[in-house]
Design a protein around this ligand. Structure first.
Ligand SMILES: Nc1ncnc2c1ncn2[C@@H]1O[C@H](COP(=O)(O)OP(=O)(O)OP(=O)(O)O)[C@@H](O)[C@H]1O
Length: 272
């Protein structure tokens, strides 16, 4: 049986800052204790990666993060033979390391990965919890600490990629979104040191921008971009310029959309 989580939880001072939104920390911990893999869905920059880093540190688990892309194969996850000095040496990939060390393997944007990755992910994410390594002939049984966490952004509508039901239904799922103002405010203050007044203005601005409709916006302003804007302000830039550089320009290339976003920024910060 696993050690009770409460016995191994680290003091919060030692873990990356994460402001909880709801019950996600409790749910994650419960999933880990029950050896269930977790799927996190949500828009870019809303705190998914920070959440996983926070939970890994809290549970004292090593974390192996992989940013998936359309060339990522099963071998990139599991490992490969490398040739050096006339010898062939086996080199574990991040998934194999996480299994051997009993840690968390976090696959960011998992829908991007090649389809052959399901061959290794499926037996690891059902009750077998095994990782077959074809090249070495090994079959690793995942220790209790091992956990697979994957994320994807269901909002990317132009991307037709999605997870097959047989993959999705191996995970318990947490749905993330941009945090509510009462969560986003302390995030901005804690991440950047900005004062409450300015942080509140940024959060109000975010609300206005997120409600804008009818423009060429695939996704609206993320918490990450708000953090960038606050950082530029902390570096001494006028708020209007900070918001243009950190929020408006990254969001769109379309002149009408940029003008509309800038008009909203002006209502909050003036032309500065
Ligand atoms: N709840 C939160 N607590 C603390 N920081 C947060 C929170 N939500 C967002 N952030 C801040 O937003 C930034 C972006 O979050 P993060 O990198 O976790 O996004 P993400 O959802 O993983 O994005 P992507 O899908 O693009 O990888 C973090 O670096 C952190 O500064």
């Amino acid at each position: 049986m696993n050690a009770p989580v409460s016995d191994i939880v680290r003091p919060l001072a030692d873990v990356p800052f994460y402001q909880p939104v709801a019950e996600e920390c409790t749910l994650f911990e419960a999933a880990w204790r029950q050896q269930l893999p977790v799927l996190i869905k949500g828009p870019t920059g809303c705190g998914k990666t920070r959440f996983v880093a926070h939970m890994a540190a809290r549970l004292s688990l090593p974390l192996f993060t992989v940013s998936c892309h359309d060339d990522l194969t099963a071998a990139d996850l599991v490992g490969r033979h490398l040739i050096g000095a006339g010898q062939t040496v086996w080199c574990d990939g991040p998934l194999t390391r996480a299994v051997r060390e009993g840690g968390i393997c976090y696959l960011d944007e998992v829908v991007e990965a090649r389809k052959d990755t399901t061959v290794v992910l499926h037996p690891l994410t059902d009750d077998r919890r095994i990782l077959p390594i074809e090249r070495t002939g090994e079959e690793l049984v995942a220790p209790p600490g091992f956990m697979l966490v994957v994320s994807y952004n269901p909002g990317y509508q132009h991307v037709l990629k999605t997870l097959k039901p047989s993959t999705r239904q191996r995970f318990v799922a947490l749905s993330f979104d941009f945090p509510a103002p009462e969560v986003e405010l302390p995030v901005l203050m804690s991440e950047t040191g900005i004062d409450a007044g300015r942080a509140r203005q940024l959060v109000v601005l975010a609300g206005q921008l997120r409600r804008l409709q009818g423009y060429d916006l695939e996704e609206s302003v993320s918490t990450r971009l708000l953090v960038y804007a606050a950082k530029l302000m902390m570096a001494g830039l006028p708020p209007g310029l900070a918001c243009r550089t950190a929020i408006v320009e990254p969001l769109s290339d379309d002149a009408d959309t940029v003008a509309a976003l800038l008009a909203v920024v002006d209502t909050q910060f003036g032309q500065g």
